[in-house]
Write a protein that binds this ligand. Structure first.
Ligand code: G
Ligand code: G
Ligand code: MN
Ligand code: NA
Length: 252
């Protein structure tokens, strides 16, 4: 299609950009890392959101080209920030499409980005959407191979799919990202569910990040439930690298 050709040309022309949103340690309030979120600075269209072009890219292996660019840029950015004196403990998280993770070349793509940037593998986290992880067996094997590189694996949008808590023990993952829909909820049943997810994740040695935190009350609840990290508009919106603060806006 036309959008697909425009995107292909746009990638070659350097039109993709990354915005970064901090992920904060709930206990200390310090920034623990940044999630990289892609946008397309398409001439004549302004900044195009990923929801408006990733689904098109996912119809072909074009999404792997996007993924390779994001991996290269995000790892290089964290290396630049480290050279500028930001802490060596900081991580960067990259969203990978399930289609990309299901390709045999994904391990090479990640290894290449690490080699080119010089970033230590444990400082890169790969976010894969929950629905994808449970649907495709190849993904399970790919996650193992990726984890063998030393990178971290996060299950994104947890709570929107059908992963049972029981399945967590079989997946080669390090982190659960609890979806915003669960973070927003105020009904006692859903609050109890979030607590159970945190408990189960910890029992399986996973850390838990809550996404989409917008209200101080949500932060207090998540802290009480033992959630390890938080991310959301309450702290910062995704912003270009040049605007991303290097310290935690969250009061401990
Ligand atoms: O930043 P924003 O809220 O517009 O992101 C919307 C969606 O796009 C999210 O679900 C996010 O996971 C996805 N997304 C953001 N960046 C990337 C990326 O680099 N690759 C892929 N595959 N998805 C991304
Ligand atoms: O699916 P994924 O978690 O990768 O997508 C993250 C998306 O959520 C990004 O597009 C980001 O802009 C958006 N986002 C981040 N924090 C908040 C928040 O606090 N509230 C809302 N509504 N969206 C958020
Ligand atoms: Mn994500
Ligand atoms: Na998410």
């Amino acid at each position: 299609g036309r959008l697909e050709s425009a995107l292909r040309a746009g990638i070659a022309a350097g039109e993709l950009v990354l915005h970064y949103q901090p992920i904060l340690d709930t206990g200390s309030g310090e920034v623990a890392g940044y999630e990289a979120l892609v946008r397309w600075d398409r001439p004549g269209h302004g900044l195009v959101a990923p929801a408006d072009f990733i689904p098109v890219a996912e119809r072909s292996t074009l999404v792997c080209d996007v993924g390779r660019w994001v991996l290269a840029e995000a790892t290089a950015q964290l290396v630049r920030w480290t050279a500028e004196g930001r802490g060596e403990h900081l991580t960067v998280s990259v969203n990978l499409s399930g289609r990309h993770v299901a390709q045999p070349g994904v391990v090479t793509d990640v290894a290449d980005a690490l080699a080119a940037s010089g970033l230590a593998p444990h400082r890169l986290a790969l976010e894969i959407t929950e629905t994808v992880v449970v649907d495709v067996l190849e993904i399970e094997e790919a996650l193992r191979a990726l984890r063998d590189l030393g990178v971290r694996i996060s299950i994104d949008d947890f709570g929107t799919g059908y992963t049972s808590i029981h399945q967590l023990q079989h997946l080669a993952v390090d982190t659960l990202k609890i979806d915003r829909s669960l973070v927003e909820a105020t009904t006692p049943g859903v609050l109890a569910l979030v607590g159970l997810v945190v408990q189960a994740a910890h029992a399986f040695d996973l850390t838990v990040v809550a996404e989409g935190v917008e209200e101080p009350e949500q932060l207090e609840r998540l802290r009480a439930l033992g959630c390890d990290s938080v991310q959301g508009f309450l702290f910062a919106r995704p912003e270009p690298a040049g605007l991303v603060a290097d310290d935690g806006p969250l009061e401990p």
